[in-house]
Design a protein around this ligand. Structure first.
Ligand SMILES: [Zn+2]
Ligand SMILES: [Zn+2]
Ligand SMILES: [Zn+2]
Ligand SMILES: [Zn+2]
Length: 528
């Protein structure tokens, strides 16, 4: 049975500790144990301690604590008052790569080093850190290993770095490795590269930049030629435009500042200088109290000046649709319901199910859309490949080539998710009872679990098909216990039962143990 390969480790015949990622705890421990002879700290107590830590590894995401020779560190900076310094660990941390399904090192990794005076302290410090980690909600740095300074012979605890490698200051945002000090230094260096032409405004923007608190909002001087498509101001004196270079934001994944080009902005024209500064101060206040007042307050991006009128302009995050000029239905997501409906309407002529009732139904559903993620479509059958029947009557899985239309929150627009796995529910003789088909689609639409993507039709049988998000187990055809995780409780229990009886049966104690475990599985990530 191919299924056994999915849950049993080829090397040791044990069930994977993590089946999804094929992570075999036993094999990892065996390898670590084999490697015990290849390293030593030179101190038996510390060797034992690290060995015990390694053998205690539980899950694939646990850190494997190591002895790290001091020559592994580059760029060791001066130690600060807390006895902490930063360095680059050449080989880097051993981490389980979920995609490649093996342990790999992350080379040239930034780390913090904490110097200790005697070896007993190392072990105490370790235990303390582990305890704090368990009881803390805040971000406590992970411990990677132990090292020793070759000259002082002091032991060193090697941590995840909380300190900026450039300037040695603690990160203002540790999770995102965002260093306020370095940002401010960069702003300062850049002061001579721009000017509004007015000293007061220059000073004001500079002060705003130096006062930066959050990593996502930076106020700038924006030259007017940066704006495209400037529309006429509305009653509130607000105009909309496209900012070519766009906003400077901190990319949490790449961990650096990047511009989002061609973003829609609102422009507010002001008559005199004092107004600009007052308006700014008011806006800053509004942000401070926004937790209380709830609604989304537009962020201020910067100041500009009209080249002809010489009026100053405050540049805001846009609350107004760039297409139609109306206020966004969902300001946070820049989503305009009217424009969405217009786009869908324009597309009515580009598709047909071949059945007027179904066309009318889908069109009506599209015109009634209320939220940014509920679009029901007609999906031609040739959009599906790898159609495979699954357990239940009429159910199949398939790959939808173009994939569903999803709202992309990062890019703030709709995007298809190509080659998306979906569940097809085929309704026999549905060509005769269209109303039943449509009622069923409506029911899915209201319940949202599973999510209905649209309707299709098998060209041979002429049966209609309801297209759902991938929500039914491929093994047994029942709906997943947890759809988001694609986890079927019943199948996992059955598989464990079968595998144990195939491989280890005959031992009463183990049988009892399995039964006990079977009753206990409730969540997909329970350790087995
Ligand atoms: Zn194994
Ligand atoms: Zn820094
Ligand atoms: Zn619009
Ligand atoms: Zn199942």
């Amino acid at each position: 049975m191919s299924f056994q390969n999915d849950i049993i480790c080829e090397s040791c015949d044990k069930i994977y500790a993590n089946i999804d990622y094929k992570w075999c705890r036993q094999c990892v421990i065996n390898n670590l144990e084999k490697n015990f002879t290849n390293w030593t700290s030179g101190n038996e107590k510390i060797d034992n301690f690290i060995q015990i830590m390694q053998l205690k590894i539980k899950g694939y995401h646990d850190i494997i604590v190591e002895w790290i020779p001091y020559n592994q560190f580059n760029n060791v900076k001066k130690t600060n008052e807390d006895g902490l310094t930063t360095a680059i660990w050449k080989d880097g941390l051993l981490k389980y790569d979920e995609k490649e399904r093996k342990h790999k090192r992350i080379s040239n990794m930034e780390v913090s080093l904490k110097c200790l005076n005697n070896s007993q302290n190392v072990i105490n410090e370790f235990s303390n850190e582990v305890e704090t980690y368990q009881y803390s909600i805040d971000h406590i740095p992970e411990i990677y290993g132990i090292s020793q300074h070759p000259d002082t012979k002091n032991y060193i605890i090697v941590f995840e770095s909380n300190y900026c490698n450039e300037c040695g200051e603690i990160y203002a945002n540790i999770d995102y490795k965002w260093c306020k000090q370095c940002i401010i230094n960069n702003f300062k260096k850049n002061f001579m590269n721009w000017t509004s032409g007015n000293e007061k405004i220059d000073n004001f923007i500079q002060i705003m930049q130096l006062k930066i608190k959050r990593y996502n909002v930076i106020v700038e001087w924006i030259p007017y030629n940066q704006f495209n498509n400037v529309k006429k101001p509305n009653e509130d004196g607000l105009a909309i435009a496209i900012w070519k270079d766009g906003l400077l934001i901190y990319d949490e994944k790449e961990r650096k500042h990047k511009r989002i080009p061609n973003i829609g902005v609102s422009l507010k024209c002001l008559n005199n200088l004092q107004n600009v500064i007052n308006e700014f101060s008011n806006e800053v206040k509004a942000h401070q109290y926004s937790i209380v007042s709830k609604g989304h307050i537009p962020e201020i991006f910067g100041i500009s000046q009209h080249p002809d009128t010489k009026n100053y302009i405050i540049v805001f995050e846009s609350n107004y649709c760039n297409e139609c000029g109306e206020i966004y239905t969902e300001i946070g997501y820049k989503w305009c319901i009217q424009c969405q409906i217009n786009n869908l309407k324009q597309n009515f002529t580009n598709w047909t199910s071949g059945n007027e009732k179904i066309d009318d139904f889908i069109q009506e559903m599209q015109l009634k859309i209320e939220k940014y993620d509920d679009i029901v479509e007609w999906i031609p059958y040739n959009q599906f490949k790898n159609v495979k029947k699954i357990g239940k009557d009429g159910f199949a899985t398939a790959i939808w080539k173009n994939g569903s239309l999803k709202f992309n929150y990062e890019e703030i627009n709709y995007k298809r998710k190509p080659n998306e796995e979906v569940t097809l529910k085929c309704l026999n003789d549905s060509q005769n009872v269209i109303s039943d088909l449509l009622n069923e689609v409506k029911a899915y639409f209201i319940n949202l679990n599973p999510i209905v993507y649209g309707i299709s039709q098998n060209p041979d049988t002429k049966n209609y098909i309801i297209v759902l998000n991938n929500s039914y187990c491929k093994e047994c055809g029942e709906i997943y216990t947890e759809i988001d995780l694609k986890w079927c409780k019943q199948c996992q229990i059955n598989n464990l039962k079968q595998n144990f009886s195939n491989w280890i049966s005959g031992n009463e104690k183990i049988d009892d143990f399995i039964q006990e475990m079977q009753l206990k599985i409730e969540k997909y990530d329970d350790i087995i």
